[in-house]
Design a protein around this ligand. Structure first.
Ligand SMILES: Nc1ncnc2c1ncn2[C@@H]1O[C@H](COP(=O)(O)OP(=O)(O)OP(=O)(O)O)[C@@H](O)[C@H]1O
Length: 285
């Protein structure tokens, strides 16, 4: 199913933290939200999985405004890996993943064979087959994250919404997670801080800056040195990855300091204005 976010505005504690956000994730597409800390990524994602209500604008999933759905209808369409990873479940790993089947069950109905197979496949998908009996609250951050991703997969949703899914994961598990998401071929909207992971995984990137969308498009068009300077305040070159051919952002980790709008660095690179011409913003209306 397609996700369409239309002119979204969200206010929190009386402050508008996201406004005018308009983006689409087409059926089967992996769409990435990137942006500096506090730019509004989690806020946008939270409106899609109904943790927050839009103050203005709409979120459509499969053409339906998600605020018009019942909780079970919404949970069959949208599964989320929220940023709050709920460390307090005194449940087994398997029981947490089996929670993903709840939207399909009548009250008090037990688990059937199909449910058990889906739960087992979800656990295997995140590399946790064999860990079913471990207590969720005793797992490491990365292990918990993989369990919660398995719960979202067990929900068998039309759309996956993932807030920073690579957080806490070691590099092998990051690579495995990206491979799993690619193989899903499910409409996915996710936030990522790792821009190289985003460039490799996502069909389209949407860049948030101070609560507004400033660029949208294929990673290679969006992730330019100019945008990286203007939005993220860093110096970087964008080259071809020698193994995969993906865009590879080579950050300059030696030169701290933020460029302000309109400034250039000493070599005249990275003019940090926001008239970036990077990618294109989607048509409105
Ligand atoms: N409950 C809240 N009340 C008031 N302001 C909030 C609340 N939650 C978040 N904010 C503000 O909303 C803005 C956007 O926050 P959000 O968590 O969406 O950003 P983010 O891009 O996901 O950041 P990060 O990369 O740090 O996770 C920030 O300025 C934040 O301080």
């Amino acid at each position: 199913m397609r996700i369409a976010i239309e002119d979204l505005e969200v206010s929190l504690s009386g402050r508008t933290v996201v406004s005018g956000v308009h983006l689409v994730a087409e059926e089967g597409e992996i769409a990435g939200l990137v942006g500096p800390n506090g730019s509004g990524k989690s806020t946008v994602l939270r409106t899609v999985y109904r943790y927050l209500r839009p103050h203005a604008g709409r979120v459509l999933v499969g053409g339906t405004d998600i605020t018009s759905l019942t909780a079970a209808e919404s949970a069959r369409r949208v599964a989320a890996l929220p940023q709050e990873r709920g460390s307090d479940f005194e449940l087994s790993v398997r029981a947490v993943v089996a929670m993903g089947r709840t939207p399909y069950k009548r009250a008090f109905a037990g688990e059937d064979r199909a449910d058990a197979e889906i739960v087992a496949a979800a656990l295997a998908g995140v590399g946790l087959a064999g860990a079913e009996k471990r207590r969720f609250s005793a797992l490491s951050g990365g292990e918990r994250q993989r369990v919660l991703l398995a719960r979202a997969l067990a929900q068998d949703p039309q759309v996956l919404v993932l807030d920073e899914p690579t957080n806490h994961l070691d590099v092998l598990h990051q690579v495995e997670l990206l491979a799993l998401l690619r193989a899903q071929r499910r409409t996915t909207l996710l936030s990522l801080h790792d821009l190289n992971a985003a460039a490799s995984l996502c069909d389209r990137l949407h860049v948030l800056h101070e609560g507004a969308l400033v660029a949208s498009g294929p990673p290679r068009e969006v992730l330019t040195p100019k945008l990286l300077a203007g939005v993220f305040g860093v110096r970087a070159a964008v080259v071809d990855h020698p193994l995969t051919g993906d865009p590879l952002i080579a950050f300059d980790h030696r030169t701290p300091g933020r460029l302000r709008r309109g400034e250039e660095d000493e070599e005249g690179r990275g003019r940090a204005d926001l008239s970036l011409g990077a990618g294109t913003l989607p048509e409105r209306g």
